[in-house]
Design a protein around this ligand. Structure first.
Ligand code: NAD
Length: 249
């Protein structure tokens, strides 16, 4: 599918993977609407409009989808990058861990992804079909934690495994409206999400990547998202972008 001449939604578009993807899509001629809960420090990028929106809110996402759908070019791309990764465990020294943080991670990473997917796909379904009935594509973001969750990733890994799990059924489901669904499962990408990690720990993570022996860059995620949008035969699949990294527990 051609990116130029489409409208695109990118969630988490003010930072990290989302910001790189918003820029990459805009450089290829898309009208990009970057949704984020905090847009004050978003970079200024030609072709990218920032919209304050919480992905868990039906109203916020519907308003953003309407803005994109009414932009004068058809909404055909939605990339879900919004996410959080706070440490969540099961039992600590003072007893079982509280439910509220667990629920928050699931709500943003999983329910938020589903919320955007369903509302964007509904709008895509109202556009004129392209060749072979295609109307759009949705790219979700899981993580290698979906397969290889670490201590402290109890909620995060569950949310990402669920994003992996809904990829194929959603792709089959949305074939009725000509919308493809794909998921990228990144390894370790150098973004603000890693801000709290020490230099020493980062170096250890990089050394553990079989090839290349470094952390991934957000632009490498963006290039893969672009390739997925452009490749009409990719559908219902999860692509790991992790340099063959397998984490030790
Ligand atoms: P990031 O923190 O740089 O960006 C995430 C963005 O999501 C932020 O701008 C934040 O404000 C936004 N956000 C958070 N909650 C939101 C909400 N409720 N509504 C709207 N926006 C919200 O992180 P990143 O590294 O770019 O991560 C992007 C995605 O990639 C996440 O889903 C993350 O789980 C996933 N991921 C990251 C890595 C990595 O190593 N960085 C690895 C695997 C997967």
């Amino acid at each position: 599918m051609q990116i130029s001449g489409t409208a695109a939604i990118v969630t988490g578009g003010a930072s990290g993977l989302g910001a790189a993807t918003a820029r990459a899509l805009a450089e290829r001629g898309a009208r990009v609407f970057a949704l984020d809960i905090s847009i004050d420090s978003a970079p200024e990028v030609p072709g990218v409009t920032y919209l304050a929106a919480d992905v868990t809110s039906e109203e916020d996402v519907q308003a953003a989808v309407d803005t994109a759908a009414d932009s004068g070019v058809p909404l055909r791309v939605a990339v879900n990058c919004a996410g959080i990764g706070p440490s969540t465990r099961t039992v600590g020294k003072s007893g079982p861990h509280p439910l509220d943080l667990y629920r928050k991670v699931i709500d943003i990473n999983l329910v938020g992804t589903f919320n955007v997917m369903r509302l964007a796909a509904a709008a895509m379904g109202r556009t004129e079909p392209l060749e072979h009935g295609q109307r759009g594509v949705i790219v979700n973001t899981a993580s290698i934690a979906a397969y290889d969750g670490q201590i402290g990733q109890v909620a995060y890994a569950a949310s990402k495994a669920a994003v992996v799990g809904m990829t194929l059924p959603a792709a089959r489901d949305l074939s009725s409206v000509g919308v493809r669904v794909m998921t990228i499962a990144p390894g370790i990408v150098d973004t603000p999400m890693l801000a709290t990690v020490s230099e020493e720990f980062r170096a250890g993570l990089a050394a553990g990547v079989p090839f290349p022996k470094r952390l991934a860059q957000p632009e490498e995620y963006a290039r893969l998202a672009v390739a997925i949008v452009e490749h009409d035969y990719l559908n219902g699949e999860v692509i790991r972008m992790d340099g063959a990294l397998r984490m030790a527990p």
